[in-house]
Structures are given as structure tokens and as C-alpha cells.
Design a protein around this ligand. Structure first.
Ligand SMILES: [Zn+2]
Length: 242
């Protein structure tokens, strides 16, 4: 089945929203004409596949950030930008429809970075059952699904979160990896083995959560794990370069 058809049908009834102002935008554009200039300045990426460093980071470049030789991180916008607002509306005001436009933007960022192939398998950073029950949905799962459909790729729930963790940004850097160690597990390793996996999260802050999930996917035999986030903190790129 052509998964892209689902999103095309959706667009016939619900227009794509600008991820900067949530106004209506063209089906092919993540930013409306009014926001294009300002929004483009806050696009997040590092140049090329070179190891990241503050010198490599340039918000207007459209490439990727390399976090390890086989791992890539792609994000749409810097965290401290107006793009945060659409995500807050999705997460805390329950505007689930906005997940489509955010997911499309993530898919577009992946395509622009040159990592879009039919064989990609999308999945999301999981939440615990209690967290999902409280919010009513896992926003990262919604974003992974819509991004996958937008690009005509497969999506599966590959990971689960076995226990609660502390909020990462409240912890000092050395404790972050420890906080998430062992918290995530692969549901069915046979689904992952040999696949190129796109691991989606709404925000990549410390990088430790995605690292913990990517590690489990690699342990299960993933050929590559591409990390895809809507927002990426700028501070972290500088911290991790040191
Ligand atoms: Zn706009």
C-alpha cells in the first residue's frame, strides 16, 4: 500500500501548517511565505558529515551532524526559536493534528540532507505506558508515523521504555547517560536486523536519550541508525564538541 496516499488524503481535508506561525502553507513548504525568511535563519544543522564542533555548526546550512562514524543527527530547527511553539501546542494543548505538519517538516529535513530512501524504517523514542496514558499519545510516535508516510517509508514501534527516568535537562552531563542506561529495549530484534532505521524524537536536548535508544537498535543488528529530531538545542552541540 502506498503510505504517502494517507497523508495526501489528509492534506485534501486539512491543509499543511507553517511550523513557525501555524498558518496555512503550501503542501510542499514547511514555512509559509511570511515566515520563510525568519524561519530559515533558525534551521539547525552542522555542515557536511564532518565531526561536529561549534565551527562546523551553521544554522543556515542544510546538512547533518555526525555523532559517530555510522550515526547521523538531522534536525529541523534550533530549540530556541519560534518553531518550539507548534510543538508545545501539540504536546501540552493536545493539538494532535499539528503532528502532521511537524512530521512533514522532519521528513523534508531528512530528504534535504540526502538520507531519504525507500528502505528506511522509522521508529520513535518511546515513552512508558504511564506517560502515554497521562498525555494520551506519544508525540514522537505521531511524528515518526507521519514523517514515514510523507516519504513513503515504513514505520514500526521498535522500542519500549521499561522504566521511568529523570528529566534529562535537570541532570548534570555525567549523570545523563546513567539515567537512561537500560531504560530502553528493542521489542523484536528480528524487525531491526540489517535495517536502516530512522529514530525520531521531538526534541534532541542532551543527546543521551537518543544515544541509549540507538545503542539498543545497533545491538539488535541495525545497519544504520539515523537520528531525526524536530528541534535541537544549540548549547548541546557546543558542549559535546569539547
Ligand atoms: Zn508562517
Amino acid at each position: 500500500m502506498n503510505t504517502q496516499l494517507i497523508e495526501r488524503l489528509w492534506l485534501a481535508f486539512f491543509p499543511r501548517r507553517c511550523v513557525w506561525c501555524t498558518g496555512v502553507t503550501a503542501p510542499t513548504e514547511m514555512l509559509c511565505p511570511d515566515c520563510a525568511e525568519e524561519g530559515e535563519k533558525s534551521r539547525y544543522a552542522c555542515r557536511g558529515d564532518r565531526p561536529r564542533s561549534p565551527a562546523n555548526c551553521h544554522p543556515n546550512s542544510r546538512a547533518t551532524e555526525t555523532v559517530a562514524p555510522t550515526q547521523v543527527l538531522i534536525a529541523c530547527f534550533v530549540y530556541h526559536s519560534r518553531a518550539r511553539r507548534i510543538l508545545l501546542r501539540l504536546k501540552f494543548r493536545g493539538k494532535r493534528n499539528l503532528a502532521h505538519s511537524i512530521g512533514y517538516a522532519m521528513g523534508d529535513a531528512l530528504r534535504e540532507a540526502g538520507y531519504c530512501d525507500d528502505d528506511l524504517l522509522f521508529c520513535a523514542v518511546p515513552m512508558t505506558a504511564a506517560q502515554v496514558k497521562k498525555r494520551g499519545f506519544n508525540q514522537s510516535e505521531l511524528l515518526a508515523k507521519t514523517a514515514a508516510r510523507w516519504l513513503g517509508c515504513a514505520h514500526a514501534t521498535l522500542l519500549y521504555k521499561a522504566r521511568e527516568t529523570e528529566v534529562q535537562h535537570d541532570l548534570p552531563a555525567p549523570q545523563r547517560a546513567q539515567n537512561v542506561a537500560g531504560a530502553y529495549a528493542v521489542i523484536a530484534p528480528e524487525q531491526v536486523a540489517g535495517r536502516r532505521v530512522v529514530l525520531c524524537d521531538d526534541i534532541c536536548t542532551t543527546g543521551a536519550t537518543m544515544q541509549a535508544c540507538a545503542h539498543m537498535l545497533e545491538q539488535a543488528g541495525a545497519a544504520q541508525v539515523i537520528r531525526l529530531a524536530f528541534l535541537r538545542t544549540e548549547v548541546q552541540a557546543k558542549k559535546m564538541s569539547g
